[in-house]
Design a protein around this ligand. Structure first.
Ligand code: MG
Length: 189
């Protein structure tokens, strides 16, 4: 059975959109999500990463009140007999409970959820130790590290990853495209 690694934030759930919504409300700002092209949203609000981490921890329930991106549930369920899916997130460990709660509430059929940031070499080490042959990711740094380490990546197209290119990285628009590629990949195995 093929093992596919899944990034969590901004691959399964539009966390950035949620963060902008909640920060705008709390700080009385009016930043338009569509105009956000930098990766570190906290910088737009003048927050340090430590402040942002605190904000995230105290607002976890509110931040996760958001559905999975379209076609994720269908794709994962449809491929269940061919593919094992495991979430491998770069989140800090303190944010894992809210991730697991969201996965459960949304009834996503994934094998388990691992905190890849706990591994010394992050997602690559986590993916290699678990025999992952394909990874779905949005973050350019993680995508490149996985690709350099020999793991194929489907990169979800985002404004902040436009420069990211590698022979093992395939750019995809959305989860319908992900589904088609995994079907073809699974048939070859
Ligand atoms: Mg991500």
């Amino acid at each position: 059975m093929i093992h596919i690694g899944l990034d969590f934030d901004d691959t399964l759930i539009d966390t950035r959109k949620s963060i902008v919504r909640v920060l705008n409300k709390q700080l009385n700002r009016n930043i338009m999500f569509d105009e956000v092209t930098i990766y570190e949203i906290s910088e737009l609000y003048g927050q340090t990463f430590e402040e942002f981490k605190g904000f995230f921890i105290s607002n976890q329930d509110e931040l996760h009140k958001i559905e999975p991106y379209p076609f994720i549930k269908e794709t994962i369920s449809r491929l269940a007999d061919k593919v094992k899916f495991t979430i491998m997130t770069g989140r800090p460990v303190e944010w894992m409970d809210s991730l697991k709660k969201w996965v459960k509430e949304n009834n996503l059929k994934v094998e388990s959820s691992l905190c890849a940031s706990q591994f010394e070499n992050g997602k690559l080490e986590c993916a290699k130790l678990n025999d992952v042959s394909l990874f779905i990711e949005d973050h350019p740094t993680h995508a490149l590290s996985l690709a350099d380490g020999g793991v194929n990546v489907l990169l979800i197209d985002k404004p902040y990853n436009q420069e990211c290119q590698h022979q093992r990285i395939t750019r995809v628009k959305d989860w319908t495209e992900v589904g088609k590629i995994i079907d073809a990949f699974a048939d070859k195995m």
